[in-house]
Design a protein around this ligand. Structure first.
Ligand code: SAM
Length: 556
């Protein structure tokens, strides 16, 4: 945490900077975007949230390289002292800056610039309110883009900034990676793909801002106002320093231009294999099997989740309890939560019971509730907001558990004991027509290389390199289809004991290879190798990001 006092050479307090979304961009990034966006000494450039002119200084260097004598560059900045220092910095770089001190959304868009480059403020909608936000949304509407009230500040910046470009102009921005995925950014994705001739994205393996909370992408959109192809190119690089050696990248064409964009670069061979697996119906999103739901939030697991020993001590009878999968997910890494497993967990002191008083609670149960009241459990937020505070809202027992916080990969486990789920795992409720098959074999079948690759792509990287998957993301997770599993049912049943043993021995990769031999036999060996390599590459990248992030980050 930075101290709330001006840092040396910096003009204002960290808290004020955070409120304005002021994080400054590394030189390797500003240089990269300036070199890409400016191609002629006479190019005119605007930086819409100029801060202390990081991009304009790079633009001056670039224009001088191209032969300009004393380049004139333009900027807009809401914070007067920053604008003043921007002028000085551009002057020192050998240029001249016209910096307007204003809210960018009060500046009317005029098509005067060959390039707009910059790093817009990332201010979340909760912190970005009132007139300022309304102005931003109106400015976006001028370009025909309707943003919802949930949009962060950067979204309107992208749209309004484009309005300053001459036809054919280039927009080069540093944006949060949520551009690729969040719903509120769908109109921005559509805008970019439809209103620019070409869009390129650069994603990073490591975080480029150590002090900001979000992962970042570079957007390089060229050919403003020319008819877009609807296609974009994705390039992936390690960090800001490796920007100078970008590879050719991969192109993709979303079905709908507002669709979520892939944040991942997959090889052509993998993409072909993915296309085939979708096309022949052997893989389907998990949502075709059923629904995935969050688990129960108790408000105090220590009070509500009880070990068998504790239950005996308190003399709480069975009618006031529900079977529960104990907090955590380590015990769900071997295909099923079985009767034996839950007894063993209970004997080891795990909390396999949930306090769930019946309509006629026993005296011992009432005493335990009174004890909770006396020790303030009823004051925990989740308890305070429900009535009675001691009744945890639970769903029916799911067919399968889904481990959503993972070091290696997302796993399913069949619920053989009718246990409820707490919020450390998700529950999957299968559709009646596939219920028996799914309970029998989906947890084994999902351990294949294609599905583990899909987990990296639909999930998100959480603090420390953990792969996290929310229920909505799980809906899109590609798993073997009911047809594919029924066709290979006998083979899958035959390997299931070995897969379980390998998992117990923590040999996940070997287990996956065994399942691949049954379910991915239609792939060529080079396709299979490519899918595995890409999965490993993405998992490594997630872990590398975890290491480079300084604190727990939540990607929206
Ligand atoms: C992420 S910083 C980027 C600064 C600089 N472009 C850089 O890359 O180093 C965002 C800047 O936007 C400014 N800003 C925030 N809201 C603004 C608005 N509505 N209009 C103009 N500038 C704004 C902040 O004061 C801050 O200097």
């Amino acid at each position: 945490m930075l101290p709330d006092r001006p840092l040396p050479g910096v003009l204002d307090l960290p808290s004020e900077r955070k409120a304005r979304g002021a994080f400054f961009t590394p030189v390797s990034v500003t240089r990269h975007l300036a070199e890409w966006a400016l191609v002629d000494a006479s190019d005119r450039v605007l930086e819409p949230s100029a801060g202390e002119a990081a991009f304009l200084a790079a633009a001056v260097d670039r224009l001088k390289e191209l032969g300009a004598d004393k380049p004139l560059v333009d900027g807009v900045e809401i914070h007067g002292p920053s604008a003043e220092s921007a002028r000085l910095i551009v002057g020192e770089a050998g240029g001249e800056a016209a910096i307007r001190v204003s809210d960018f959304f009060l500046v009317e868009a005029q098509a005067r610039f060959d390039a707009v480059i910059g790093n817009p403020p990332f201010i979340r909608y909760q912190d970005w309110t009132g007139d300022q936000r309304d102005r931003a949304r109106f400015a976006a509407l001028d370009q025909g883009v309707a943003l919802t009230g949930l949009a962060s500040s950067w979204a309107a910046f992208v749209v309004h900034a484009a309005g300053f470009l001459k036809p054919g102009g280039r927009l080069g921005l540093v944006l949060p990676a949520e551009l690729l995925s969040v719903n509120y950014a769908a109109p921005v994705r559509r805008f970019l793909l439809e209103r620019f001739a070409h869009v390129e994205l650069v994603v990073f393996d490591e975080q480029i801002f150590s002090d900001a909370e979000a992962d970042t992408v570079l957007v390089k959109a060229s050919g403003w106002g020319l008819r877009g192809t609807g296609a974009a190119t994705l390039r992936q690089t390690r960090n800001a320093e490796s920007l100078s050696s970008l590879d050719v990248g991969t192109s993709w064409l979303p079905l709908d231009t507002g669709d979520r964009w892939p944040a991942l670069q997959l090889s052509d061979t993998t993409l072909r294999a993915v296309g085939n697996a979708r096309g022949d119906g052997s893989f389907t999103p998990l949502s075709t099997w059923g629904e995935t739901s969050l688990g129960a939030v108790t408000g105090g697991n220590r009070f509500f989740a009880l070990s068998p020993e504790r239950v005996r001590e308190l003399a709480i009878p069975r009618r006031d309890l529900l079977r529960v999968s104990p907090p955590g997910s380590t015990h769900l890494r071997s295909l099923a939560l079985t009767r034996d497993a839950i007894s063993r967990l209970g004997r080891n002191g795990e909390s396999t019971w949930l306090l769930y008083p019946s309509s006629n609670p026993a005296k011992a149960t009432m005493e335990y509730i009174a004890q909770g009241h006396a020790t303030g459990v009823d004051q925990a937020y989740k308890c305070r907001v429900r009535s009675p505070w001691w009744r945890v809202p639970v769903l029916a027992a799911p067919d399968l558990f889904l481990t959503y916080m993972n070091a290696a990969t997302v796993q399913l486990a069949t619920n053989e004991v009718e246990a409820r789920h707490l919020n450390s795992v998700h529950g999957v409720y299968l559709k009646p027509e596939v219920r028996d098959l799914g309970r029998e074999l989906l947890s084994v079948a999902a351990l294949n290389s294609f599905t583990t690759l899909s987990a990296e792509s639909v999930g998100r990287s959480y603090g420390g390199g953990i792969l996290k998957m929310e229920p909505r993301e799980a809906d899109g997770w590609m798993v073997p289809s009911p047809e594919a599993i029924s066709t290979r049912r006998d083979d899958l049943l035959a390997i299931r004991p070995t897969v379980r043993r390998l998992l117990q021995q923590k040999k996940l990769n070997q287990a996956v290879r065994l399942v691949d031999s049954v379910l991915l036999s239609a792939m060529t060996s080079s396709e299979l190798e490519s899918v595995r390599n890409d999965q490993a590459k993405l998992a490594d990248r997630r872990v590398a990001r975890g290491r480079s992030g300084r604190k727990l980050r939540r990607q929206p």
